[in-house]
Design a protein around this ligand. Structure first.
Ligand SMILES: Nc1ncnc2c1ncn2[C@@H]1O[C@H](COP(=O)(O)OP(=O)(O)OP(=O)(O)O)[C@@H](O)[C@H]1O
Length: 590
């Protein structure tokens, strides 16, 4: 294990050309530092130009979006993206001709129909065609159709196929496997799984996981592609490298085996994507020529008491605060149901507190139990308005504005334009865009936000009709819908309009909160056993192959001012050990 404490700090990085690998704990300013470094490269590098840019890569769309919105500089020479979109745009699209056929000259991918990459959702018709092909090729009746008849077996098959991914076998060949375990036998030999994939490829459908496969395929077939990438991106920086997968690491190694500057940054204790194929040890073990290892040792996010608590959980790094770090409140452990705990936190700590839980089912149960009146504004709108197309239209116009608030203007205009286009299919693209921008500008005004949704809707309809001769949805007749829209202002509705259900929710999974921070956080743990394993014995569990301990650690480390932990039951004998770790126990009354 790397002793991060012993590494030089990243401020000692000799130059912008230095290859680096940076380790840091939560809230250490990894993303902030990366942005600063990119700005330095932009300022000082002589290697950049119109076609020579800096790539800033991360692993999830949410993380890329956050990175982009935090990059407060000229972005014309920077490409901020996920690893998938980087490889798709810079390897697969320009070299698609190399995947038309395989090494034997047989059809591999229908490039003419290729349209980006998508989530792998197994498709009933393709599964049927696949089962039929493998049955024909085996030459005997296998009754594979049985899978599609039984509800259970079909669900298992869909789950298994949806979890397909690639890995290297012992001989270094790429093989297909499923990340999802199912309890029934399904066709799972590699020969059968490749046939399944080809059902999609022959239609030009590329799944996210295929992007890595084909990028690797293209690079193997024509290694000169690597020079093209290095030439186009003399600097490649990768955030959250602890979430890298074997195929990703293999491609990164190949790109870095030439003249370019690479920098990777991450936190081993925040590796929580094993289920998606992440191999955290790749970050620890990756050695590239000329690459130095550095650390960021501070925690700029949390109060001193939270930093002290986080330090009790890991051995590879001890974080320190900075001169203005507030002392903060002790960590509180609430014993009671998750919803009871969350209510307690809302009442006693802050109504803005966030609840984080490891599992979706916990998130759902807390949401149901603590749902407050206002949170139903959008649901209420759909319930009250019998014209569901109109309700959807209003909702999406407001969604467009929420994108604008997040500085994603492109998405904002897209969402609103789609609505106007659906009602006015013959309108020109220019008119649709102009009208969309007008609506968004209108929503920016404080005066518009104070209007009731009813009046705002009429204002927009009048303008679209007069100025653009656009059609709108029906006006309101007297009744429940009109009463609802008249009783609710745009301002009151907006907070409940989510642009993506994950990052806007106050009750969320820990995975969806990765990379974010909040003032007051309740982390819901499952049992007294979890407290023993992941708090009292955390040092061992943070290094364990399974992600559970690290998932809780990511949850704890999102808190800035107050960290509260909730658990349904707690053995009395644990109280004094918890106290030594800086945690006060409070038992809630039923
Ligand atoms: N040098 C700094 N001085 C003061 N505040 C900083 C500094 N660097 C980062 N911060 C603040 O600390 C917080 C955490 O920063 P950032 O999100 O960059 O950390 P991170 O290491 O990427 O976090 P994590 O991995 O836990 O998601 C942010 O609020 C950021 O504004």
């Amino acid at each position: 294990m790397i002793d991060i404490n012993q590494l030089p700090t990243i401020d000692q990085l000799p130059s912008i050309e230095t290859r680096f690998r940076a380790f840091a704990g939560p809230g250490a300013g990894k993303t902030t530092w990366l942005i600063k470094h990119v700005k330095n490269v932009l300022k000082d590098s002589k290697k950049l130009g119109v076609t020579r840019r800096i790539a800033c890569i991360t692993y999830t769309n949410i993380a890329a979006e956050q990175l982009l919105s935090r990059m407060d500089c000229d972005k014309s020479q920077i490409e901020v993206c996920t690893i998938h979109s980087f490889l798709y745009n810079n390897v697969i699209k320009p070299f698609a001709h190399l995947i038309k056929t395989d090494d034997d000259g047989d059809d591999l991918f229908n490039v003419a129909e290729m349209q980006g990459h998508e989530e792998h959702i197994p498709h009933a018709d393709r599964i049927r065609r696949w089962l039929s092909t493998i049955e024909q090729r085996s030459g005997k009746r296998q009754n594979y159709y049985g899978y599609l008849n039984g509800r259970d077996s079909k669900a298992n098959l869909v789950k298994y196929l949806g979890g397909l991914d690639y890995k290297f076998d012992n001989e270094g060949n790429i093989v297909l496997y499923s990340k999802k375990h199912v309890n029934v036998a399904v066709p799972s030999s590699n020969r059968e799984l490749w046939i399944y994939k080809k059902k999609y490829w022959s239609d030009g459908v590329m799944h996210h996981e295929d992007v890595l496969y084909f990028a690797n395929y293209i690079i193997r077939k024509s290694p000169r592609v690597l020079d093209f990438i290095r030439n186009r991106f003399p600097y490649i920086f990768i955030d959250e490298f602890q979430d890298t997968t074997v195929l990703q690491t293999s491609i990164v190694r190949k790109i870095a085996d030439g003249d370019m500057t690479i920098g990777i940054i991450g936190d081993l204790a925040q590796s929580i994507y094993k289920f998606a194929g992440a191999v955290r040890t790749d970050f620890e073990n990756l050695q590239l020529i000329g690459m130095g290892s550095y650390k960021l040792e501070q925690n700029f996010r949390s109060s001193q008491s939270i930093i002290d608590y986080l330090n009790t959980l890991r051995i590879d790094i001890q974080q320190r605060g900075y001169e203005d770090t507030p002392a903060g409140n002790p960590i509180t452990l609430l014993v009671g149901s998750h919803s009871q705990s969350y209510r307690w936190v809302l009442d006693n700590i802050s109504p803005d507190a966030i609840a984080l839980a490891p599992e979706h089912r916990d998130v759902e149960s807390i949401r149901t139990a603590v749902a407050v009146e206002g949170e139903h504004q959008v649901k209420k709108m759909f319930a009250e308005d019998s014209n569901s197309k109109r309700a959807r239209y209003i909702h999406l116009l407001l969604t467009g504005y929420r994108w604008l608030e997040r500085k994603n203007n492109k998405q904002a205009v897209k969402v609103v334009s789609q609505q106007l286009k659906a009602l006015n299919p013959n309108a020109s693209k220019f008119a649709i865009q102009k009208a969309s921008i007008w609506i968004l500008e209108e929503l920016k005004k404080e005066a518009s936000k104070r209007l009731t949704v009813h009046d705002f809707y009429l204002l927009i309809n009048d303008h679209l009709e007069k100025k653009f001769q656009f059609k709108s949805h029906a006006r309101f007749a007297a009744g429940g819908a009109q009463t609802f829209y008249r009783g609710c202002s745009v301002d009151e509705m907006l907070p409940f309009v989510k642009v993506d259900t994950q990052s806007d929710e106050k009750i969320r999974t820990i995975h969806s909160a990765k990379g974010t921070e909040f003032n007051h956080v309740l982390v819901c743990m499952q049992s007294s056993g979890d407290i023993e394993r992941y708090i009292l014995d955390a040092k061992a569990k943070l290094e364990a192959p399974s992600d559970e301990g690290r998932v809780y650690y990511v949850g704890f480390s999102r808190a800035k001012a107050n960290l509260i932990i909730g658990v349904p039951e707690l053995k009395d004998k644990l109280i004094s050990a918890l106290y030594k770790q800086g945690i006060n126990v409070v038992r809630l009354q039923n």
